[in-house]
Structure formats: structure tokens, C-alpha cells
Ligand binder design. Structure first.
Ligand code: UTP
Length: 229
């Protein structure tokens, strides 16, 4: 049998459920994933998005601690995984709760969908852990920020998209951001794992299904390709 690429998609909750034609988008996303799964072996990790943020902010107002807020955040990521599962025609009644469970369930032609795992992580980091466990070739980060830029494109109109960079360079960017406690383009823990295990990271606008499919299939795409080799 010809070996096929293994790919883990980290799909941000802000991409999955922004409250903008979500069911239409999720249906088209599922259709694309089913088609792509004929060519690559796929696992998908869903983020928490606005549902997670609602529970985090309301829970915080009620005096919840970080552990409690994380547990609710994980619940939101798993709900989103089930929502995508509905569209894939295979809603898990119980979403895989560990990296190992997802890697063990993964096989060619089957799309395994999960959310977070344990407090203190992000779904981007979980995606790289799943990739490490599966021996995956790349993580595709389907995000609302379509690429890594030379500067913040929201405040600097002349900021340019960086089409390709090394994992070491991404490491420099996210560790610096982390110190300044800004939200990272990718979780620093995920970058560390990707660097150690030589897993490439493709950053792409998750709402652009044409580009997302190209990134999943390992074709040239509009976004940022982070080379770990
Ligand atoms: P995400 O990692 O999806 O956060 O998890 P996010 O930054 O909101 O990403 P988008 O908006 O979906 O792209 C949501 C929250 O769930 C908890 C954390 O509190 C996180 O902020 N979480 C998630 C965990 O504690 N562990 C996990 O493994 C995953």
C-alpha cells in the first residue's frame, strides 16, 4: 500500500463558530474534510471560541479559578467537536479525551475529531501532541489570523505576510509574544513539540476552504508554511 500523509488540523473555535453563517460554513468544511480524507489520514482538534470565552468570563465574574475555567473551556471545545461531528455524519457521543485515544482511533479514511485534553493547555498544543503521537507530517492551523506577518496587520497597514519561515524563527516570535502576554499566533508549547519532532505547521485562514484544503493536502497555499526540517 502507498503510505499516505498523516495530518492534524487545529481549527480555532473563532473559525468554527464566529456566529456568521456557521452551519453553512461547517457543512462545507465537513464536505471538504471528507474529500481530503481520501488522500490524507486526518485528525481534527476543535477550539472553544466564543462559547469558551463566555464561560470563562462569566465563570470568572462568579469567582471561578483558572482550573475551573479551563475545565469549562475544555467542555466548550468538546461541544464544538461534536458539532463538527454532526456535519461529518458521525457525531461522537463521547469525544476522545486524550491524545493517545485519538491517535489509536485514527486510521486511513476515518476522521477523528476531538477538543482539549487537560487544564493549562490550548487546542493548538493538543494538535501538535496528537501529531507527535500519530507520527503526522504536519499540523494545519486553521485560524482567523490567516498568516504570520512582519508586524500586526491590524495596526500596521504595510505589514507583510511571511509565506515561509523556519520553526526556529516562529519560536523566536511566539516566545517574545509570550513574554509580553499577547495572544500568540501559535501556542509556544506546540512550537516546541513541532521543532523537536520535526512537524511542519501550516497557518491558513480557516474560513477560506480552498486554501485550507490545499494546506491539508500539502500543496502550495496562501498563508505561512513553517518548515521544521
Ligand atoms: P482553545 O485553546 O481553543 O482557546 O481553548 P482559544 O484561544 O479560545 O482558541 P479559539 O478562539 O478557539 O481559536 C479554549 C479554552 O479551553 C481551555 C483553556 O482555558 C482555553 O483557553 N483548554 C483548552 C484547556 O484548558 N485545555 C485544553 O487542552 C484545551
Amino acid at each position: 500500500m502507498v503510505p499516505i500523509d498523516k495530518v492534524v488540523v487545529s481549527i480555532g473555535g473563532s473559525v468554527l463558530i464566529p456566529g456568521n453563517n456557521d452551519s453553512d460554513y461547517i457543512a462545507r468544511l465537513a464536505e471538504m474534510l471528507i474529500s481530503a480524507s481520501k488522500e490524507v489520514q486526518l485528525a481534527v482538534v476543535c477550539g472553544g471560541g466564543k462559547t469558551a470565552r463566555y464561560y470563562a468570563s462569566t465563570g470568572r465574574e462568579l469567582g471561578g479559578d483558572t482550573y475551573q475555567l479551563d475545565i469549562m473551556g475544555i467542555g466548550a471545545t468538546r461541544l464544538n467537536a461534536q458539532l463538527l461531528g454532526v456535519a461529518l455524519g458521525d457525531m461522537p457521543v463521547r469525544v476522545p479525551e486524550t491524545v493517545e485515544e485519538t491517535a489509536n482511533a485514527s486510521k486511513p479514511g476515518k476522521i477523528v475529531v476531538m477538543g482539549g485534553t487537560e487544564p493549562g493547555h490550548t487546542t493548538d498544543a493538543v494538535a501538535t501532541m496528537v501529531a507527535r503521537e500519530m507520527g503526522a507530517d504536519r499540523v494545519v492551523n486553521a485560524t482567523a489570523v490567516d498568516a504570520v506577518y512582519t508586524d500586526d496587520p491590524r495596526t500596521n497597514p504595510s505589514a507583510e505576510r511571511i509565506p515561509e519561515m523556519t520553526i526556529a524563527r516562529l519560536g523566536e516570535i511566539v516566545y517574545k509574544e509570550h513574554d509580553a502576554s499577547r495572544s500568540s499566533v501559535f501556542d509556544p508549547l506546540g512550537v516546541k513539540i513541532a521543532e523537536e519532532c520535526r512537524i511542519d505547521i501550516s497557518m491558513v485562514d480557516g474560513r477560506d476552504l480552498i486554501e485550507l484544503e490545499k494546506a491539508i493536502l500539502g500543496k502550495p497555499f496562501n498563508g505561512t508554511f513553517v518548515n521544521s526540517h
